[in-house]
Design a protein around this ligand. Structure first.
Ligand code: HEC
Length: 178
């Protein structure tokens, strides 16, 4: 190769190299722009998606105790206690079903005479107890009673029962005795 040819080759080579460098810089700038925009989009999406997800998996109910008003964002004082609703439902339904309460809370012991409990419908077992008078029996049903035969737990061990429900169950029990 002549010296002239070398020169030509070198010039061309340098031009191509310069073009490649310019090209690289341009590509780099463009990709940077695109990437920035995508990242900004994705960031918005993530924040959005996160709050939507949190909303979707939010628990239905929440247990808020007194003193946690701030975290729970409710004013406990304005929340009706559930028992009020229960009472309202019971009132709306009219009479408490004594047999139902009995089956739920008393029959465990009084059905078979477990732990010394007088068996429901056993006239002999109930005669002496009936002599105590209804008020005493009701009091013993609600507050509990330690007798010679055994221990009768208050409300049959169901503190959630209302006095009316226990009374209804007692009435049902006494109806089974002649
Ligand atoms: C865990 C067992 C148990 C359950 C549940 C239970 N009782 Fe009794 N109950 C007893 C026993 C034991 C006695 C006998 C106590 C004694 O006289 O020594 C008794 C006695 C009684 C008496 C007679 C009390 C007296 O003064 O002689 C009444 C009335 C009575 N129960 C009502 C109820 C009613 C109403 C329920 C359901 C709400 C109930 N009991 C549920 C164990 C139970």
């Amino acid at each position: 190769m002549s010296e002239q040819e070398d020169r030509n080759f070198f010039d061309t080579f340098m031009m191509v190299l310069a073009a490649l460098i310019v090209f690289t810089v341009v590509i780099y700038a463009i990709s940077n722009m695109v990437a920035n925009r995508t990242i900004a989009d994705r960031h918005v999406q993530t924040v959005d998606a996160q709050s939507q997800l949190a909303e979707r998996i939010r628990p239905e109910g929440r247990l808020c105790l007194k003193g946690q008003e701030e975290e729970c964002e409710v004013d406990i004082a304005t929340v009706d206690p559930v028992s009020d609703e229960d009472d309202a439902v019971a009132e709306a339904e009219g009479e408490v079903d004594g047999q139902q309460v009995y089956n739920q809370a008393c029959t465990t012991c009084h059905g078979q005479g477990v732990a010394g409990a007088p068996v429901t419908g056993d006239d002999g077992a109930w005669a002496a107890r009936l002599d105590k008078g209804y008020d005493t029996l009701l009091e013993h049903s609600i507050e509990g009673f330690q007798g010679d035969a055994g221990y009768m737990p208050a409300k049959g061990g169901n503190p959630n029962l209302s006095d009316e429900q226990v009374a209804a169950a007692l009435d049902y029990m006494l109806e089974q005795v002649d």
